[in-house]
Design a protein around this ligand. Structure first.
Ligand SMILES: Cc1cc2nc3c(=O)[nH]c(=O)nc-3n(C[C@H](O)[C@H](O)[C@H](O)COP(=O)(O)O)c2cc1C
Length: 328
């Protein structure tokens, strides 16, 4: 029996993004139509050593369900013990194992995408976590297609993860060496989706409702995961769903609606105290604000100011000319 969100559905999933998919952004993406979401990742070692300090990375609200919590680690017993602590404390809908993260901090500890260089270890980690969680919580995984172009291993990784009892796999169609450059290889994703019987989620470069429809029609994936495009335009989820359901592409939000969204996100982040006081929140929000501003007519010259903005009131002042621009 496949995970409920795949039954009679083609789920549109918000990709886990460290520093981005915090509880506020998840709330906004849920409102914007994301069907499934994940927390940003948490280190298995961190959970074992200081759960109280790491818990904040994986906190969520009931309205974010179905929701997965993602861990990374390289020692099967530790990953299993950390997964047990997380599931007992948080009761997520699934526990996701990260085997795709390319950043040196994670790869240096043999976690994330470095597991693609040692597939037997990846399999042992998955088996240990599946054994630990039993029927309490389904286990999923997120991988890249390989370490580099000479070592594409997604096919074998998917087989091994399926054998380990993992219930779905998200594949980002890039190698670790590519980081975020080049193009995602949807051919490999499609081959993997045809190879195993668990659902495969395709990920990489989905930016428009047309992209979603194209991969639904032309590949065997069971859902798509959207990352960077959602940072710029969270309404992509509902626009894509509408297109899948009706064949009509809804209008993009107007400039003023986009500015209102940006301000609402910022004020929700300040009110939540998730990052700290207003100044600390604004520092955390700057990259987010710059992502929202991308593509808004007249916003480019304002980027240096947006990169330094330190209060909500100042943000409103900086954005005001864009409203006037939009009205003329
Ligand atoms: C800022 C940022 C943080 C990310 N953090 C994570 C993470 O914590 N876990 C993970 O599995 N992938 C992470 N990713 C990768 C994304 O989940 C996704 O696989 C990647 O961005 C490709 O999808 P896209 O082309 O739709 O952005 C991150 C990506 C970005 C841009």
């Amino acid at each position: 029996m496949s995970l409920p969100w795949f039954q009679n559905n083609f789920p549109l999933i918000l990709a886990p993004m460290a520093g981005v998919t915090d509880p506020i952004f998840r709330t906004l993406c849920k409102e914007a139509g994301a069907d499934v979401m994940e927390t940003e990742f948490v280190s298995a070692e961190g959970v074992l050593q200081a759960w109280h300090r790491n818990r904040r990375y994986v906190e969520f609200e009931q309205k974010h369900r179905p929701l997965g919590i993602q861990i990374f680690g390289s020692v099967p017993e530790h990953a299993a013990a950390a997964a047990g602590i997380i599931v007992d404390a948080m009761h997520p809908d699934f526990l996701d194992i990260n085997a795709g993260c390319p950043v040196p901090k994670v790869v240096g500890k043999n976690g994330g995408s470095s597991l693609l260089k040692d597939l037997p270890l990846l399999q042992r980690i998955a088996e240990a976590v599946v054994r630990e969680l039993g029927h309490d919580c389904p286990v999923t995984a997120k991988i890249r297609i390989g370490w580099d172009a000479e070592h594409i291993c997604a096919h074998e990784a998917c087989r091994r993860l399926e054998d380990a009892g993992v219930q779905s796999i998200a594949i980002h169609g890039r190698t670790r060496s590519q980081q975020y450059g080049g193009k995602a290889d949807w051919g490999v994703i499609d081959e993997c989706a045809r190879l195993v019987s668990i659902p495969i989620i395709g990920n990489g470069d989905i930016a428009t409702p047309q992209d979603v429809k194209r991969v639904r029609e032309n590949t065997a994936v069971s859902g798509v995961m959207i990352g960077r495009a959602a940072m710029n335009a969270p309404w992509l989820f509902s626009r894509a769903r509408h297109y899948l359901n009706t064949g009509e592409i809804p209008e993009e939000p107007t400039v003023n609606e986009r500015l209102d969204f940006m301000l609402r996100h910022t004020s929700m982040a300040i009110e939540s105290l998730h990052y700290g006081d207003e100044l600390i929140t604004m520092r955390a929000m700057r990259a987010r604000i710059l992502a929202y501003a991308k593509g808004i007519p007249g916003a480019k010259p304002l980027r240096p100011q947006l990169a330094r903005v330190s209060s909500l009131a100042e943000l409103e002042t900086i954005l005001a000319p864009l409203r006037e621009h939009a009205e003329h």
